[in-house]
Each structure stands twice: as C-alpha cells, then as structure tokens.
Design a protein around this ligand. Sequence first.
Ligand code: GLV
Ligand code: MN
Ligand code: MN
Length: 396
Amino acid sequence: MWRDLAPVGRDAASGGYFRQPWTGAESELRAWFGEEAAARELDVEVDGLGNTIAWWDPAGAGRRGGVLTGSHLDSVLDGGAYDGPLGVVSALAAVDVLRSRGEAVASPIGIGVFVEEEGSRFGLACLGSRLATGATTWDRARELRDRDGTWLPDAVSAAGLDPSRGLVDLSGITAFVELHVEQGRDLVDRGAAIGVASEIWPHGRYRFDFRGEANHAGTTRMEDRRDPMLTYAMTALAANKQARTAGQRATFGRVEVTPNGTNAVPSQVTAWLDARCDSDATLAALVGDIERQGTDRAGRDGTHLAVTAESVSGAVRFDAGLAQRIAADHEGGDWPVIPTQAGHDAGILSAAGIPTAMLFVRNPTGVSHSPEESADTADCLVGVQALADTLARLAS
Ligand code: GLV
Ligand code: MN
Ligand code: MN
C-alpha cells in the first residue's frame, strides 16, 4: 500500500506532500482507496463531499452498531507521508489481520476516510467530519473560499462529486478508533511504540487583518508611515512570548501581504494565528491577550487590526474507561495514555457523543506537518496489531 501511495501528490524538490482536498492528488487517493476496498470485497459508501466508508460485515449484521476506524488522506501543504494515511493503511491491514486470524467479528467494521481534515484548502479543520456530525452546517460551509477564490461547492463539483447527495450516516456507530502517527516526541522519550490518547488540547485558527496605508518606500519619511507590517511583526513576537511564558502554543505560519512589492509600504497584511492551549479558558485568554497587544501596537503605528476566528475546536476528553481498557494488559506492559496538541476527526466524533479512542504510533523524528515526519516499519506493524486487537475487542 505504501508503494502505491508514495508518489501521489509528492513534491519532487521537498519530498513532501501536497494532497489538498478536491484536487487531482486527492481524487487519485480516493480511487486508490476504492481499489483497496474492492480487493477486500468491502461495501463502499461515498457521500456528496467524498467522505468514504468501506464496510466489512462478515456476520451480515447490517450497518447499525458498527465500529468505525480510519483517518484521512489529505495533507497540509508540504506535509509528511503518515499524518492521515497511516490510519487508513493500518485500518485496511487490521481488517486483513482479523480475517486471517478468523476472528469472530459480530459487528460490522467500517474504514472511514474523512475529507479536508487539515483545513489546508478551506481553512476549517476537520470539515468532512464536522459536516457529517452536524458540528457545522452546509449553509456555513458553502460560504468558504480557498486562496484562489474558489467556492467550496464549486471545488467539490469540479472533483466530480455532488454535494446535494448528502453525507455519510454516522448515527449507528458505536465506537470510533483512529490510529495516527504521533506528532511529537512523547512516545520516543518513553521508549514506547504505541500510545493511547487521553485528550486533545483546544485549538483555533484566527485571521488577523492589519490595515495601513500604501506608500513609497523611499520618499515616505519613517515617521509618516502607517505600516501594517510593523504591527504584524510586533504581534507575532508578542504571540510567541505570551505562549512561551504561559506554557501554551501560538504560531503565525501563514502571511499574505498586499501588494507584496519590495519598494512600497504595504497597504495590508493578513496573517493567521494557530493557537493551542491546555484549557478552553486559557485559549480564549491567550488569543485575547495577543489581540489586545496587536491592537495597542496598531494604535501607535496608525494602523488597524481586525481579528476573525475561522476554526475553533474545544477541548476533547476521550472516553477514559475506553482508553484504559484499550491501554491495559499488553505483553510488555500497559500502553501509555497521553494527551495531544494536534487536532483530529476523532475529536469531532467524540464531541458528537460517539465513544472514541485514538492509538498513536511512535514517530522517531518527532516532526510532523513536514516532510521530516517519520515512522519505522516495525512500529507500524505493531500499530496494525494494536488496532486489530482493539477492533476485535470492540466488534466482538
Ligand atoms: C491537524 O493536524 C492539526 O492539528 O492542525
Ligand atoms: Mn491527521
Ligand atoms: Mn495534521
């Protein structure tokens, strides 16, 4: 499976992946998934957005009471190979393991692939699972535009899908288990191949629009400028300091400058803040502090700052009993139960009331959202066994 996936959406220069939703790369990935499902004689449902579930139902129980696993196939811009695909490949492999073991599986097992998990194109993280669970509405989603100005419904239609066909039905799902590459160094530091998630930190994306006045870079005296780049620069420094001193996370990773010319003071800078904190209240306070410092600076620079929340995900505490049951009683000891600062569809399904768990597979570099993301084959195989064992427990 990895051999087939390796070239899809890969940038030759960086070695990273550009698998944005409703693009050619993503269509190839959807076709690949369809072929893998067909080779296993799974029953595939694809909804109007491209969310897909492939069902294995050896007992002929029907869809209700099903156990869902899977993840996503899209990537961030210049992402790694594993964030998302590891959960999908491992789910297919886990079904192979259960079949070869002749495991008595009473409930159907679905392998789900959710679209636009990263929010890399339309800015709203976990868009597919948010829509499928009702966490957001189509009326809101249809107003989203990508960086080129393409409306979401047009992007979906251009990919050969029909948004009016509705969404996958998650109402009968009794449990969701998402396996994911770990995105930090916790498991490396513990010397553990597998971990189980306890919680996801609350996180959000906020658009900061700094408006100033375009002017000549040579003839405008320094004291006469209204330069939004300065306000942005100071706000980025303040965000870093504020998060560092509070033990939280704040990142400006995307900036657009208008008109983006070397010899002009810009008229506008738009920058996106990604902030993550250990509680909802801390997140609100951190973003509020950064906005306040940016606004104070705008007052001194003669510029203006407006902040818009584009994607906010509250704290998720996974079902503690389920996590403990999954983590307990393994050869070599219990698997560690650890928090994560990364967002996942599992968080959306958990918030929708579906008992949800996550398995993490050790990442030797600890790097993610980068071509340097890594996973060893031996650990991935342990992950497949762990997922198969977990699904067997839940579906039997
Ligand atoms: C998704 O991986 C995120 O945490 O942003
Ligand atoms: Mn992911
Ligand atoms: Mn990711």
